[in-house]
Design a protein around this ligand. Structure first.
Ligand SMILES: C[S@@+](CC[C@H](N)C(=O)[O-])C[C@H]1O[C@@H](n2cnc3c(N)ncnc32)[C@H](O)[C@@H]1O
Length: 290
């Protein structure tokens, strides 16, 4: 029987990103030279910094619906800009991301994911196969590639894959295998083909659309996804599952223990830390080691 712990995974290895403050439903962040003010539902406390400090944001996101909105420019934000992540622990882990303010509040990176990049870089051995599902702009794919993995990157949105290709080239990497497909359909086929991976990374959203506009709802597909992933992972492999959908870490643990009862799991909250030490929980994370 494996070991089980609940913990906080804190993304505290950044040099070019900083959580400046959070509170009253928003977060103030610095990405390179650009300061952004974005909604953050889990920041239920008071802000620490003054209005004057928050007013220094170059751009603030104003929501018009649950998922979309617009950016209010307060200063000069370039159309796109680059951000670098350099790991101290894994010298080959040097990633570059091209960022852009989109109408969905996101900008092409989830900085809290650096915890996962470090973990993946530590687990991958040259030539291992890594599958990244719901892969977005590819932080986990780039981390695995920089450690020598053979990477398959699956996302339903072609433009998102094009964006990742830019990040791969900026990071001086080549040879990621791109798959524009519904992750669930891809998994079903991989199981039929008997393909196996040393590591599987997945970050399923609460809702989404497949490439043919298929509607996607996490609650309908979660159990099947977990079962299928457990069938494509090697007997000594690992899984990193992250979600921003509100599922608590204990639910992730129950899901994975159902299909892989002998694996070791470590689960908890993925957190950003402000310079004054205040933690902002951004989502749930589980690492499963077979
Ligand atoms: C929350 S983001 C993942 C963020 C990622 N963990 C990272 O670190 O950058 C979710 C991604 O899932 C993709 N997606 C949504 N529905 C999908 C589906 N049915 N199949 C595959 N990808 C899907 C979206 O295009 C989006 O890029």
């Amino acid at each position: 029987m494996g070991s089980h712990k609940i913990k906080r995974f804190i993304a505290d290895t950044w040099k070019d990103y900083e959580l400046l403050d959070s509170g009253e439903g928003a977060k103030l962040e610095k990405f390179g030279g650009v300061v952004l003010d974005r909604p953050e539902a889990s920041a239920v406390w008071d802000r620490k910094k003054s209005f004057k400090e928050w007013d220094k944001a170059h751009s603030s996101f104003e929501s018009t619906s649950k998922a979309a909105g617009y950016w209010k420019q307060n200063g000069k934000v370039p159309n796109t800009w680059n951000l670098e992540y350099k790991s101290e622990e894994h010298p080959s882990l040097r990633l570059k991301f091209n960022l852009e303010t989109t109408r969905f509040k996101h900008i092409g990176i989830f900085p809290e994911q650096s915890c996962n990049w470090e973990y993946i870089a530590g687990k991958i051995k040259e030539g291992d196969k890594l599958l990244n599902l719901f892969a977005y702009t590819g932080g986990a794919s780039l981390a695995a590639k920089s450690a020598g993995a053979d990477v398959t990157h699956v996302d339903a949105i072609r433009q998102v894959i094009d964006w990742t290709r830019v990040n791969m080239e900026l990071s001086g990497l080549t040879g990621i295998r791109w798959v524009v497909e519904d992750a669930l359909k891809f998994l079903r086929r991989e199981v039929k083909r008997g393909n196996k991976y040393s590591g599987v990374v997945l970050d399923p959203p609460t809702w989404g659309l497949g490439p043919k506009n298929e509607k996607w709802k996490l609650e309908h597909s979660l159990v099947e996804i977990v079962e299928l992933v457990s069938q494509v992972v090697e007997p000594d492999g690992f899984i990193v599952m992250n979600t921003y959908s509100g599922l608590p870490p204990s639910t992730l643990e129950t899901l994975w223990r159902r299909v892989l009862p002998n694996a070791s799991t470590e689960c908890g909250e993925l957190c950003l830390q402000a310079s004054d030490g205040h933690l902002l929980s951004t989502g749930s994370l589980i690492r499963v080691e077979l």
